[in-house]
Ligand binder design. Structure first.
Ligand code: ADP
Ligand code: ADP
Ligand code: ZN
Length: 215
């Protein structure tokens, strides 16, 4: 099954992606995670992407499309499909990906749209903490680690993303409305979108996602 998961910054895409990957045997491809890995490794791609990411702006389409294409072409194991998290995020990305994937084993089967009022996102973003080594996602109130600042899974230190600030969130929300909303309309026209109420406790959101992937 080939799945796209979409939603505003902090909607819970990463949290649901971890569960989907655990339950279904799919390749998780998060463009945000790939960019953050490129930045930590100090690559040329990472350095270029960083100037946009730090401001909350989207990385240009040419860079992002080429990166995703390369990533998909070099998957060590095709597994039962993919879960794309955070891509496509502009109409041009959606069209490029459509040209690449349609009529092939890579065609999109379902789009999970995580819906939540913008007003709820500041609390999600400001409380988000991530594990430096395994990427596990926590929230200081909604999903705290057992010991503050320490990952339950692997014991490594937790950190806060540099772009998880209120100022960056405002820019990211504008980018979402202007650039990503049209992508949802694109897939809506193809009849692929499943709407999920993402403004519920994590387990309730998960139950809705499982339901959407069943039918
Ligand atoms: P969030 O989880 O808050 O939605 P992501 O981790 O998906 O954020 O993305 C972080 C940042 O990485 C984005 O603000 C953007 O700068 C960049 N980015 C991620 N995916 C894309 C994409 N498909 N196109 C352009 N930029 C992207
Ligand atoms: P995204 O990938 O869409 O940016 P994340 O999955 O990283 O979102 O979630 C953003 C923050 O909100 C994290 O701190 C996460 O623990 C928390 N979170 C995710 N889903 C929920 C939920 N259903 N209820 C409350 N908090 C949540
Ligand atoms: Zn960890």
């Amino acid at each position: 099954m080939n799945i796209l998961i979409m939603g505003g910054p902090g909607a819970g895409k990463g949290t649901m992606s971890a569960k989907i990957v655990e339950q279904y045997n799919v390749n998780h491809i998060s463009t945000g995670d790939i960019f953050r890995e490129e930045i930590s490794s100090g690559s040329a791609l990472g350095q270029e992407a960083k100037t946009y990411i730090d401001q909350g702006l989207l990385v240009p389409d040419e860079i992002t499309n080429a990166m995703v294409k390369d990533y998909l072409e070099h998957l060590p194991d095709l597994k039962s499909g993919y879960l794309l998290d955070g891509y496509p995020r502009t109409l041009d990305q959606a069209k490029a990906f459509d040209a690449l994937s349609k009529d092939s084993a890579m065609a999109v089967d379902v789009v999970i749209a995580m819906e939540i009022p913008f007003a709820a996102l500041a609390e999600r973003i400001s409380g988000r903490r991530l594990c430096k080594s395994c990427g596990a996602i926590y929230h200081i109130h909604a999903n705290p680690s057992k010991q503050e600042g320490v990952c339950d899974v692997c014991g490594s230190a937790l950190y806060q993303r540099k772009d998880d600030t209120v100022e960056s969130l405002q820019v990211r929300l504008q980018e979402y409305t202007r650039q990503t909303q049209p992508v949802l309309d694109f897939y809506e026209a193809k009849g692929l979108v499943k709407h999920i109420n993402a403004d519920q406790p994590i387990e309730a959101v998960w139950a809705s996602v499982v339901g959407a992937l069943k039918d």
